[in-house]
Design a binder for this molecule. Structure first.
Ligand code: ARG
Length: 469
């Protein structure tokens, strides 16, 4: 058996080195190394607890694994595993333990297969990254929510659009709260994925059928912080649900970030001039000296497609795969890890970039009622005076057409004309953005009271989620 492989006795000739290199997942696995060390320590618990090894070997294994943990931290383990030409990080850690503690090390893999090792390590990794995801989502939610509170106090107005066309005036705080909500849901998704990833421990399932070696599975499960050992060895080694759930949570959070990023990218364009991206975040051009580009936010936007692709690939690697372990699951692992690592980086970048955005209040306020954005409120006023919705829509539409022809905004003259059209002495309706916003009467609307109430709820939900971390 070659040092780099954990198998070989039944083969007369050595394997094709190119095929071993082709099948190696070492580079993709390296983020899993610290978790595999913990998984191996847990297996020592199971072996010792079941009486399969004595305290002397158990202690020797623990000492060797502690050293491997140090080597993982200082980067020397990665170099060692690369030089060994290991098939994967799981085999490499086993090999390094055997090198450090040859006698005891030869027992580490008793009652264990890479199949249960991979499944357990990947679940531990997924759980850790789910926590990071929740932290990032909550940090983003906090930043957006606190900006919303500032803008609520300032009363900043914004021309809300649908289809990118002027729709109705809103408070900028309302837009910021709308941007915050998805990150609270993202944090909930990460928290749920972390809990699911902590439910059952695959370790001790061995290759597919469990083991004849007595393993204290409760002990290894508890050591790793799982609620219980898994119930079915075949399912435990064949599922990648934990990693997929966490990858999904990252894809969704990054999609949310990409939508906010897109709007800010547009707002940063001089044609809008709604925001200024700080010097620490903006980037220049190698040719055009005046440039101030929002590259970080563009990369967040583009990163969403990247993650969808990686996650889609992980899902399709499972299509039609029979139960139990198949090497295709190595690709599932690779794609989940890539998506998750990229997701962590993108959320971190997004958190930094949005904290460096300043709103140009005057520009937003000045344009909040552009494009006849108060037309709906005027139609509503007619309805409140007994007009049908259809009639009100048609009457106000005509006033908008006329005002547009005359190159002016809707004004008191339009209100007087509408009042006489429906036979009332006068009509009161908002004609500017601030009045429009204040006139809103429904729960969840952009009225200052509703926005303040929603921000208070958001802040307490964020605090409750932070407390659960
Ligand atoms: N490198 C493999 C993976 O990541 C390890 C499992 C190999 N198991 C096996 N039966 N060949 O999935």
């Amino acid at each position: 058996m070659s040092a780099s492989l954990q198998w070989g006795g039944r083969f007369a000739a050595p394997p094709d080195a190119a095929l071993i290199a082709f099948g190696s997942s070492l580079e993709d696995d390296l983020p899993l190394a610290p978790f595999d060390v913990r998984c191996s320590l847990a297996h020592v618990e199971a072996l010792e607890g079941g009486g399969a090894i004595g305290a002397q070997y158990a202690d020797a294994l623990r000492a060797a694994l502690a050293q491997v943990a140090d080597e993982v931290r200082d980067g020397s383990f990665a170099a060692w595993a690369r030089a060994l030409g290991a098939e994967d990080v799981h085999g490499a850690i086993d090999a390094r333990v055997r090198e450090l503690a040859p006698e005891a090390g030869a027992y580490l893999h008793a009652g264990r297969s890479r199949n249960d090792q991979v499944a357990t390590t990947l679940a531990l990794y997924a759980r850790d990254r789910a926590e990071r995801g929740a932290r990032h989502a909550l940090a983003i939610a906090r930043t957006l929510c606190s900006a919303a509170n500032d803008e609520a106090a300032a009363g900043t107005l914004l021309a809300a659009t649908t289809h990118w066309q002027p729709a109705q005036p809103v408070l900028l705080a309302f837009w910021l709260a709308a941007a915050t909500e998805p990150f609270v849901r993202a944090a909930q998704r990460f928290t749920a994925a972390r809990k699911a990833a902590s439910a059952t421990c695959p370790l001790g399932s061995a290759a597919v059928a469990g083991s004849t070696i007595p393993l204290a599975r409760e002990r290894s499960a508890a050591f790793l912080g799982f609620a219980a050992p898994s119930r079915n060895a075949m399912d435990a080694i064949g599922t990648r649900d934990a990693a997929l759930d966490v990858a999904h949570a990252f894809v969704r959070a990054v999609l949310d970030a990409s939508r906010v990023a897109e709007e800010i990218v547009l707002w940063a364009a001089p044609a809008f001039g709604y925001v200024r991206i700080g010097d620490a975040t903006a980037t220049g051009s190698s040719l055009m000296p005046q440039k101030r580009n929002p590259d970080a936010l563009e990369l967040v936007r583009g990163g969403a497609s990247e993650l969808v692709g990686l996650y889609g690939g992980a899902l399709s690697s499972l299509a039609g795969l029979a139960l139990s372990y198949h090497r295709d699951l190595q690709q599932t692992k690779r794609l989940c890890v890539l998506a998750i690592e990229r997701g962590v980086a993108i959320l971190d970048a997004f958190a930094r970039a949005i904290a460096d955005v300043t709103f140009v209040r005057e520009a937003m306020n000045a344009r909040a009622a552009d494009g006849y954005a108060v037309a709906t409120d005027i139609a509503d006023a007619l309805i409140l005076r007994g007009c049908s919705a259809r009639e009100a829509h048609a009457l106000v539409g005509e006033r908008v057409r006329r005002a547009e022809e005359e190159g002016r905004a809707l004004d008191t003259g339009d209100l007087a004309a509408l009042a006489s059209a429906i036979g009332v002495p006068a009509l009161e309706a908002p004609l500017d953005a601030a009045a429009s916003v204040s006139a809103k009467a429904t729960v969840g609307s952009t009225s200052p009271d509703a926005v303040r109430a929603s921000l208070a709820e958001l802040a307490s939900e964020i605090a409750a989620l932070e407390a659960r971390l």
